[in-house]
Design a protein around this ligand. Structure first.
Ligand code: D41
Length: 679
């Protein structure tokens, strides 16, 4: 080989090593070492070199993660060691019985060590590494024979194509779960909806559907992830640890991702504690789980215990109570929201789902009804996940009795005010065109107007607002300020005292800020942060009202859609009248000081936000900071001035600490924003 070729070869090797390192830092250590843009740059460089020099192509190059030729069928693969299944327990009693069976078999009652991990809701696969190189991957199938999905598995970024270090067995079969993190699942379904593709019912189906693609380029585009959970066949035996937990740590050293909340415990009581602990974190985990798995930690004891009917005696899954149930769709009602959006709501035969009685579920919009092909009277599967409104997953076709079904008819008139409804092309939402003439929109607008982040009227509850509107005592938000204590005292469950308190609260609410006033108007897509940016940018109500589209999109965080909503809101004569009435009622705010761009208090300071903030969204925080002149970036570097660390901040926090960057807590941030008059 000539010198220049040799150099290219070395360059390719170096780029591959870099990318392998980045992947390891990112997926296994959970500590990204470079921004995504840098990763992409190196990847592009590698791909360009490999294309120019096909002689240096290699099946284990990180560039192979983009997918290859499509297959016509999946080949069958026999597993070297069968992939066992898992038994389940559903209660503490069943858990005790599991431990007792182990004691009986071992003829020993000594508390045992267990390794515990979440039970991911994905699909099991087996990956074979030969001399550290990924040579084959197969689905579990029936446990004995699975499907060869090597090309697809190779596209998953967290799965290394080459192991790290040198003390791994020459033949090593790694078992684990392929899954789709919640965020990726939401995003994928959004894309599928937009492109008219299949919408997946849950992350598990999405993961399975994505892995079983004959064209690995499709799999490559799907946000799949992997955690290893056991070792299958290996040879030679010298270097492998003798406990499950220690083996998982070895896999991690060799570059394979292992679930970070894996834990070693002793005895049945601690198993129950682990179950409780994971249950508490369930909603905040980035992926769906349906329980936890306990495994006797000693491999020697595992071998003594053996298995029955394909399930090991030394392991069990402790499942969370079912989150899905079957029930019947009794009726569909249509609710009208603040912006006129009409949402179909399913009324269900009440059923207990994981301990909570569910009698309503959202059907989102007309597309969802179409997708589900659902009719009133259908038997349906519903799912409750965390605190979100229950959803209908699917119709149980087998239980359909056509004679008992009624079609769901989307209304052509608003069910509340009778105005015509409109659906803009390519938008999923159907809206009532009635504006504040519509009682439902009026009620929701007034609730919003008086809410804590808007004018913050103390003592004006939802029921009271609804009653005022129903009795036609209020026709616009401005009418609130005309109410007298005598009128209010007439209302149900209102005494003279609380009526007076409400009048006082309304009086107090008149003193506000321009940002809160703009937010309180309920302009579509104008949240707290946008309202704040508008106020900081334009300084006066008049300037906001007269701003045109081009001027609006100059504002931080205001895109074309928001700008259009703002323009059309102020163009509406009716809205102008409401604003005039509100100002006439005495609503006022302090003048915003005009600060030139170079006097912005955080001018050119670079902030990074990480973790969860409890009092505001990360986007809000970003907009507030930008409003003060700061730059907000995604990754920590030596140039970063401040890192704002919310709840469960991870690798960015560690990195900032390492670099000696000033760390702000959420309280520090709130204090900073308050100091500059933003909050
Ligand atoms: O997270 C999982 N879904 C998971 C599945 C896990 N964490 N551990 C598992 N361990 C096993 C044994 C004990 C047999 C090695 C499993 C599974 N099996 C499993 N997944 C599908 C069938 C069996």
């Amino acid at each position: 080989m000539n010198d220049s070729l040799n150099q290219t070869k070395q360059q390719i090797a170096e780029l591959r090593r870099l990318l392998e390192d980045y992947n390891y830092q990112y997926y296994v250590q959970d500590n990204p070492s470079v921004p995504d843009a840098e990763y992409d740059r190196v990847m592009r460089e590698l791909i360009a070199l490999e294309q120019a020099h096909p002689e240096f192509q290699s099946p284990d190059s990180p560039s192979q993660k983009v997918g290859g030729q499509a297959l016509s069928v999946f080949e069958q693969v026999e597993h070297r060691v069968p992939m066992l299944s898992l038994d389940n327990v559903f209660s503490d009693d069943e858990l005790k019985a599991f431990e007792q069976r182990i004691f009986d078999r071992l003829k020993n009652n000594q508390a045992l060590e267990f390794s515990c991990e979440p039970k991911l809701d994905g699909l099991a696969i087996s990956i074979l590494y030969r001399n550290g190189k990924l040579v084959q991957a197969a689905t579990r199938g029936d446990g004995r024979v699975g499907e060869n999905v090597t090309d697809n598995i190779k596209t998953i970024r967290s799965i290394p194509l080459k192991l790290r270090g040198d003390n791994f067995p020459a033949e090593l079969e790694v078992r684990g779960e392929v899954f789709m993190p919640k965020a990726g699942f939401e995003k994928l379904n959004q894309q599928q909806k937009e492109n008219g593709g299949k919408v997946f019912a849950n992350p598990r189906n999405a993961a399975a559907g994505s892995l079983r693609q004959l064209d690995s380029k499709i799999t490559a585009a799907r946000p799949l992830a992997f955690y290893a959970y056991s070792v299958g066949y290996f040879e030679p035996e010298d270097n492998i640890a003798s406990s499950h937990f220690a083996r998982m740590m070895q896999l991690k050293d060799w570059g394979l991702p292992v679930c970070p909340v894996i834990k070693k415990v002793t005895g049945c009581q601690q198993l129950a504690e682990y179950y409780q602990w994971i249950g508490e974190q369930r909603n905040s985990l980035a992926y769906e789980i349906d329980g936890v798995v306990y495994k006797v930690d000693s491999i020697e004891l595992q071998q003594t215990l053996g298995f029955v009917a394909r399930a090991p005696r030394w392991a069990t899954a402790h499942k969370f109570p079912a989150q899905e149930e079957i029930t019947q769709l009794l009726d569909v009602e249509f609710q009208v929201g603040r912006t006129g959006a009409i949402t179909p709501v399913a009324r269900l035969q009440p059923v207990s789902v994981g301990g909570v009685t569910v009698s309503n579920a959202t059907l989102h919009n007309a597309d969802e009804i179409e997708r589900l092909q659902i009719k009133i009277g259908d038997t349906v599967i519903i799912r409750r996940a965390g605190d979100v409104i229950p959803q209908i997953v699917s119709v149980v076709e087998e239980k359909r009795d056509d004679a008992e079904l009624t079609d769901i008819v989307f209304p052509t008139e608003c069910p509340v005010c009778g105005s015509h409804v409109e659906r803009i092309e390519n938008e999923a939402v159907t809206r009532c065109s009635g504006g504040l003439i519509c009682g439902a929109q009026l009620k929701e607008s007034i609730k919003h107007f008086a809410s804590r982040k808007a004018l913050d009227v103390d003592g004006l509850g939802n029921k009271l607002v609804e009653a005022f509107v129903d009795l036609e005592m209020i026709k616009t938000p401005a009418d609130l300020f005309k109410l007298t204590a005598e009128q209010i005292a007439q209302m149900e469950r209102m005494g003279q005292k609380s009526a007076e308190n409400l009048v006082n609260a309304l009086e107090k609410a008149k003193q506000t800020t321009l940002a809160k006033f703009l937010y309180s108007l309920g302009i579509r897509e104008v949240g707290e942060a946008t309202a704040n940016n508008l106020a900081l940018h334009f300084k006066t109500l008049d300037a906001v009202q007269t701003a045109n589209f081009e001027q609006l999109i100059e504002v931080n965080d205001v895109g074309q859609v928001v700008a259009e909503h703002i323009v059309s809101f102020f163009a509406e004569a009716h809205n102008q009248t409401v604003i005039e009435d509100l100002l006439a009622a005495g609503i006022n705010w302090p003048q915003i000081e005009v600060v030139s761009a170079d006097e912005q208090p955080l001018k050119d300071k670079i902030f990074v936000l990480t973790g969860t903030l409890s009092t505001m969204g990360r986007n809000d925080a970003k907009a507030y900071l930008q409003g003060l002149g700061a730059k907000v970036t995604g990754s920590v570097s030596a140039k970063t001035d401040y890192l704002v660390a919310g709840e469960s901040a991870g690798s960015k926090l560690t990195k900032a600490q390492d670099l000696g960057i000033e760390i702000l807590t959420e309280d520090d941030l709130t204090a900073l924003l308050t100091e500059h008059g933003v909050l």
